[in-house]
Design a protein around this ligand. Structure first.
Ligand code: SAM
Length: 271
């Protein structure tokens, strides 16, 4: 690294570099990469996690947007036949092209917080080629991802991610582990796409519509928030009390409501 002028962290790329060896090792133990696996790191930065991922003997592709970091990454890791650098935006990256012969990718990233939610959904849309994902995110986002019905932080993000993935909040990371230190606490989350969806919706787009409508006004009852979509009798017919608030309804309940809406729409189209 000594051949390079020190890199000035760029805010617009969400650059908070990990320097805490204890945290880096904990992440590596959580990921536990193995020879023969295929990993993809998003935003390797200066290589804090990259080094340990690569030394496991796993194949490692990295996607980094900041071109100032590309020479440094190539100089540190370019000698390894297992390492490939993709210069560009992970939000536009086709991860599927890396998964040859039906292999599943293991995704890792200390993510820029401003792109973390769209990136998760970009990856979820390619979940058929993903074995698991380990992300460093803002702690509050991890709490939202992991929350079940009735818990603080439960809402739209958690429901839509839990529809596709098992979510595990692994551990928290304090601001002092990064340089520069972010203003908020962080946490590591593991997302494992379900092999078979536990609560498949007949039309996932309608599930999104129902959940969005329900949480538009989270303090109101289902009867009120869902009025534009379903009446109280329909909600009750799906085994849910219409006076419940959306935050008390689990994923299975929302899927039943979305399936009801689908049947209702189909019946309307027949008329
Ligand atoms: N992994 C390094 C670490 O732990 O020290 C860096 C983490 S830093 C929070 C986020 C990294 O993602 C930066 O290197 C940044 O340049 C990169 N990045 C930001 N936006 C990106 C994008 N859209 N696609 C790929 N990389 C991106």
């Amino acid at each position: 690294m000594s051949d390079f002028a020190p890199h000035r962290a760029r805010k617009r790329f969400g650059q908070n570099f990990l320097h805490d060896a204890g945290v880096i090792n904990r992440i590596l133990r959580a990921v536990s990469p193995r020879e023969g696996q295929h990993l993809v790191e998003i935003g390797p930065g200066q290589g804090a996690i990259t080094e340990g991922l690569l030394s496991s003997g796993a194949q490692l592709d990295v996607v980094e947007l900041d071109h100032d970091l590309h020479p440094l990454l190539l100089s540190r890791f370019g000698h390894s036949p297992l390492f490939t650098l993709h210069k560009g935006d992970a939000l536009k990256f086709d991860f599927r092209q890396l998964a040859v012969n039906g292999e599943k990718l293991r995704i890792v990233g200390n993510l820029p917080y401003n792109i973390s939610t769209p990136l998760m959904f970009h990856l979820i849309s390619q979940a058929d080629c993903v074995a698991d994902m380990h992300f460093m995110l803002q702690k509050e986002v991890v709490q939202r991802l992991a929350a079940g019905a009735g818990m603080n932080h439960y809402g739209r993000l958690g429901i839509m991610v839990q529809y596709h993935c098992q979510v595990e909040h692994l551990f928290d990371v304090a601001p002092g582990s990064f340089s520069p230190a972010p203003k908020v606490d962080s946490a590591i989350v593991r997302l494992t796409p379900h092999a078979t969806l536990p609560h498949p919706a007949d039309d996932p787009a309608l599930l999104e519509v129902v959940v969005r409508e329900a949480f538009n006004q989270r303090r109101k009852t289902l009867r009120n928030t869902l009025k534009p979509l379903l009446d109280a009798e329909s909600i009750e017919a799906e085994g849910l009390d219409p006076t419940l608030r959306p935050e008390q309804v689990d994923l299975a309940g929302f899927v039943r409501l979305a399936n009801r809406l689908k049947r209702q729409k189909a019946a309307e189209e027949q008329e």
